[in-house]
Design a protein around this ligand. Structure first.
Ligand code: MN9
Length: 300
């Protein structure tokens, strides 16, 4: 399960239905251009929290069909509604997914004990192994090191998508749990996570620069920090531009420049504007120049 996974973008038509053809093109782009090792489906980037259960299932199915067994698949099934999380876990297993993942429950100020109970329930009833998903900046749920460690020791939990900049916690967990899988969640901090020995990364920008993320991980593995830093720098030029313009609409506008015919985001997320299209165009050119080996020290 190691490697670089795209947190796959969502693909919806103008009335919010899953766009099966768009999903197909997006998946093929991720495999052919970004060379990712796997896809993380229906995560934050996939607009999970804007989707009906039926749409989540359609997305899982469309991705499995398009991926055709060529890359690993993780289905994010996390939900405050435990019945939904379990239903989606069983559906993902039927479709041949490799694992499921679940964000910490959110909105209510759940206690650490309640969160552990949530993970015990999903892990014990899911037919697939489970990757915990920790993203305190979005959920507002901050866990202590001891609590995350306890969650990771629950049977059938194989690892964690760690989207936090607390590298003290990451290092402590990594050394305490050598057999668990650690996925870095902030693309802009991949290098820092890689030097601490993560097994891979899951991120939204890997929908266009997954091949650079692979180079960062591989260069760190080969003790080539110079290359790793250069590639992380290139990643960050791109990420900075996209975050400034609005990351998801810009990623979708960028995918269109690679011939992937997907529409914008689901409301209430913002529609695509010229700001996103212009940022996407500049990023597209930058990626091309870096891939062709041109000097790009001055950025975009
Ligand atoms: O899945 C992503 N987080 C969110 C992880 O979308 C909330 C990251 O890949 C970020 O989009 C990325 C840019 O900040 O690191």
């Amino acid at each position: 399960m190691r490697g670089i996974y795209s947190a796959l973008l969502g693909a919806f038509d103008s009335d919010g239905k899953v766009d099966v053809q768009g999903v197909h093109e997006l998946v093929r782009h991720n495999i052919a251009f970004c060379h990712v090792d796997g896809l993380y489906v229906n995560g934050s980037t996939g607009e999970n929290f804007l989707m009906t259960t039926e749409a989540k299932k359609q997305m899982l199915k469309a991705v499995a069909e398009a991926a055709n067994g060529e890359v690993r698949l993780i289905a994010h099934v996390g939900s405050n509604v435990l019945e939904e999380a379990l239903e989606l876990s069983h559906y993902a297993a039927e479709l041949g997914y490799d694992a499921v993942s679940a964000v910490t429950p959110f909105y209510y100020k759940f206690s650490a004990e309640e969160i552990k109970g949530y993970y015990r329930t999903i892990a014990s009833q899911s037919p697939l192994p489970l990757v915990a998903y920790y993203i305190p900046a979005l959920t507002g749920i901050q866990l202590r090191l001891e609590d995350i460690e306890e969650i990771l020791r629950i049977p059938n939990i194989i690892g964690i998508k760690f989207t936090s900049n607390d590298f003290f916690i990451l290092e402590s967990l990594r050394s305490a749990l050598p057999d668990k899988l650690f996925f870095s969640g902030y693309d802009e901090m991949l290098l820092s996570a890689a030097v601490l020995g993560v097994d891979g990364a899951i991120g939204s920008t890997y929908n266009c620069i997954g091949h650079w993320a692979k180079q960062v991980i591989e260069a760190v593995g080969a003790n080539d920090l110079k290359t790793a830093r250069t590639m992380q720098h290139h990643m960050n030029v791109v990420i900075r531009t996209m975050v400034k313009a609005g990351i998801y609409p810009t990623l979708k506008a960028l995918a269109r420049l690679y011939g992937v015919s997907i529409d914008g985001c689901k409301p209430p997320m913002q529609a695509t504007t010229d700001v996103h299209r212009e940022a996407a165009r500049r990023v597209f050119e930058y990626i091309r120049r870096v891939d062709e080996g041109q000097e790009c020290v001055s950025g975009l």
